[in-house]
Ligand binder design. Structure first.
Ligand code: ZN
Ligand code: ZN
Length: 131
């Protein structure tokens, strides 16, 4: 995939970034599109999508790719972990400390460039509605 050479924080990108930072729900591109349409009535879903890709490339946001699921976006670019509800699909932040130094000893001699860790379970809302 090619990124535009122009990586300025345009107005469109600012609106998208602010929308994303105002929520903790880790929305999909479609959800971000719904969030910014009022302020950017002429924007298309494709443009929102492209700007989300550029913003994550620029390091302002994080792209969450979860196996077999729609990509989600996170206004918090700092490394942190996520947990996904198997029932409703919501994604939330989890506050856990991982000891990477210890993990790297067991990587079969690989030089580790990154990792993807995904927790899943049943969120508090779904637990109460099931119970
Ligand atoms: Zn749930
Ligand atoms: Zn997050």
């Amino acid at each position: 995939m090619k990124f535009p050479k122009d990586k300025r924080l345009t107005r469109q990108r600012k609106v998208i970034l602010e929308a994303l930072r105002s929520v903790k729900t880790h929305p999909t591109a479609d959800e971000v599109y719904d969030m910014v349409r009022q302020e950017l009535p002429k924007i298309s879903l494709g443009t929102v999508y492209r700007n989300l890709e550029v913003l994550s490339e620029m390091g302002f946001i994080q792209k969450l790719e979860m196996a077999g699921l729609q990509k989600r976006f996170d206004g918090n670019p700092e490394p942190h972990y996520h947990i996904r509800c198997l029932n409703c699909g919501c994604v939330r932040d989890v506050d856990v400390e991982m000891n990477l130094d210890m993990m790297e000893k067991n990587m079969s001699g690989f030089l580790v460039h990154g990792y993807r860790l995904e927790f899943f379970g049943i969120c508090p809302d779904c637990q109460t509605s099931v119970g």
